[in-house]
Design a protein around this ligand. Structure first.
Ligand SMILES: NC(=O)c1ccc[n+]([C@@H]2O[C@H](COP(=O)([O-])OP(=O)(O)OC[C@H]3O[C@@H](n4cnc5c(N)ncnc54)[C@H](OP(=O)(O)O)[C@@H]3O)[C@@H](O)[C@H]2O)c1
Length: 263
């Protein structure tokens, strides 16, 4: 019986939060993992933390801004091939709809959508040539339940669903799958700041978390923020050999916050 080969896994935006947890999950499984963020020190720091828990996983750090074509070129020059691409890097924030400027709309699309498109255009055809690959876009429950104070963010997350489905159709029957994962509200450094902005930072975080879920995400069946490792569990599975029949799908790991039986 042939053993599964060691996979090379690139997780964009893996210096913190969900991306770091995803990178750590693949690393614990013995993969060769490329950690990415914009800042070399933060990227090295995350690689060091993951290395400490990785067992026989091999960890590399490549700092590159994936919101620009130049940054993506720098990344693909440093890492020409991967077996698993996780398009996780993303930005979010709240702003009234009429106040979102053209520049902000562009920045959200460059960071949350074009980054993944550029990287998939580079890596997926090479996966097809090798006959195996996994591309995973990290979208959000906001793709479906777009909060009115985050329409720029929600629009990028909805677009990712269409983009991933299109790429999945393009690589049909090749051994390469393309899927989208939709996390719900998850306790990451970015979300801690976001909640402090929404609920106020004068109360203990436990209380702010409870209030945020009760008041702003009342449909959550989990009744708490999701932990990054809980998102990583699903992404790790979708990136595995075992997930060979799941492609072109949008998969929720949202604590039931989307009030629907199917995505
Ligand atoms: N947390 C949630 O509740 C939640 C829910 C649904 C979906 N999501 C999605 O999950 C993903 C991760 O969210 P998170 O909460 O873990 O975010 P986070 O804690 O703010 O981390 C964001 C990561 O993205 C990196 N990043 C941002 N812009 C980048 C760029 N231009 N180039 C390279 N890296 C970049 C950051 O690295 P540096 O700052 O070091 O550059 C950091 O590692 C996002 O796509 C988000 O939309 C999150």
């Amino acid at each position: 019986m042939n053993a599964t080969p060691r996979r090379t896994v690139l997780v964009t935006g893996s210096t913190s939060g969900i991306g770091e947890a995803i990178a750590a999950a693949f690393a614990r499984d013995g993969a060769e993992v490329i950690v990415n963020g914009r800042d070399p020190q933060r990227t090295d720091g995350a690689a060091e933390r993951i290395r400490a828990t990785a067992g026989n996983g091999e960890i590399h750090a490549v700092a590159a801004d994936v919101s620009t074509a130049e940054g993506v070129h720098a990344l693909t020059d440093a890492v020409p091939d991967v077996d698993v691409l996780v398009n996780n890097a993303g930005i979010f924030g709240a702003k009234p709809a009429f106040e979102i400027t053209d520049e902000e709309w562009s920045r959200y699309f460059e960071t949350n959508v074009l980054s993944g498109i550029r990287l998939t255009r580079h890596y997926a055809p090479r996966m097809v040539q090798r006959g195996w690959g996994r591309v995973i876009f990290i979208s959000s429950e906001s793709a479906i339940n777009t909060p009115k104070e985050m329409i720029h963010y929600g629009a990028t997350k909805t677009t990712q669903l269409a983009v991933a489905r299109g790429f999945a159709q393009e690589v049909a029957g090749t051994g390469v799958t393309v899927n989208t994962v939709l996390p719900g509200p998850t306790l990451t450094p970015g979300v801690k700041v976001f909640i402090a902005d929404r609920v106020g930072d004068s109360i203990p975080f436990d209380e702010a978390e409870r209030r945020f879920i009760a008041e702003e995400r009342p449909t959550s069946l989990l009744g708490r923020l999701i932990r990054p490792e809980e998102i990583a569990n699903l992404v790790h599975y979708i990136g595995s050999d075992g997930a060979s029949a799941t492609t072109g799908a949008a998969l929720r790991v949202d604590g039931g916050v989307v009030n629907s039986i199917i995505p």
